[in-house]
Design a protein around this ligand. Sequence first.
Ligand SMILES: NC(=O)c1ccc[n+]([C@@H]2O[C@H](COP(=O)([O-])OP(=O)(O)OC[C@H]3O[C@@H](n4cnc5c(N)ncnc54)[C@H](OP(=O)(O)O)[C@@H]3O)[C@@H](O)[C@H]2O)c1
Length: 218
Amino acid sequence: MRIVLFGATGRTGQPLIDQALERGHEVVAFVRDTAGLPQTVQEDSHVTVVEGDAYNGEDVARAIGGDGNPVDTVVSVLGQTSDGPDDLLTVAGGHALAAMDENGVERLITLVGAGVREDGESVTLSGRVMGALLKLMARSVLEDARDHVEMVRDSNTRWTVVRPPRLTEDAHTGEFRHGTDITLGMRDTAARANVAEFILDCLEDNQYVHEMPKIADR
Ligand SMILES: NC(=O)c1ccc[n+]([C@@H]2O[C@H](COP(=O)([O-])OP(=O)(O)OC[C@H]3O[C@@H](n4cnc5c(N)ncnc54)[C@H](OP(=O)(O)O)[C@@H]3O)[C@@H](O)[C@H]2O)c1
C-alpha cells in the first residue's frame, strides 16, 4: 500500500513510518523539514519525502496526488505545536479531503484525542473529569479536533477516527485493547508505538470504516 503520512516527524509519526516499512508498505512522508526524519528513513528506497506545510493546500495536494501517481491511503497524525496556529487539524484536514476527492483517494485515518466524543457516547465519571480538564487546559486543541472530525465524518471518504487517551513514548508491546465502546479511565494511556500498530491494522484489515475506535494499552 502507498501511504501518505502527515506528521511523519512526530512522536507517533516516527514509529508509524518504521512499522509501515517493516510491513512492506511505501510511505510518502510529508514533513516541514526533512532533517526531522532519521537518516535511515530518508535513505529508505520505499520512502518518498515531500516537504511542505499542512496549511498550504498545494503542498498537501502534491503529497496526495503524487504527480499523477496518487497514494492509496491518507494517514494524519498531525499535532499542533505550541507556537503554531490552533486550527491545524481542521485546515490541513480540509486540504487533504479536497485533494483526496480530486485524486479519487478514498481511505483516511486520522488521530485525535479520546476527548472528542461521539453523539450519545456513554462516558465514565473519570472521563467526564478528564474532559472538563481538557476544556480548561487545551480548549482550542479540542475544538480544532472536534471541527476536524465533523468534516471527516461529513466527507465521502472511507474514514476512521482513532481516539487514544494520553499518549506515551513507552515501548511497543502490541498489547492494547480497542473498540468503539471501551471505557477509558484517568489512568489509561496508549504508547504511541501501539497506536501506530493499531492504525496499520485498521488500514490493512479495513477495520472500523466510518467508526471512531478508542485504543488504550492493556
Ligand atoms: N498528547 C497526548 O497525550 C494525546 C492524546 C491523544 C491524542 N493526541 C493527538 O495525537 C496527535 C499526534 O500527537 P503526537 O504527540 O504524536 O504529535 P507530535 O509529536 O507533537 O507531532 C506533531 C507532528 O505534526 C507536524 N506538524 C505540525 N504543524 C505542521 C504543519 N503546519 N505542517 C506540517 N506538519 C506539521 C509536526 O511537524 P514538525 O516536526 O515539523 O513540528 C510533527 O510531525 C495530535 O493531534 C494530538 O492532539 C495527543
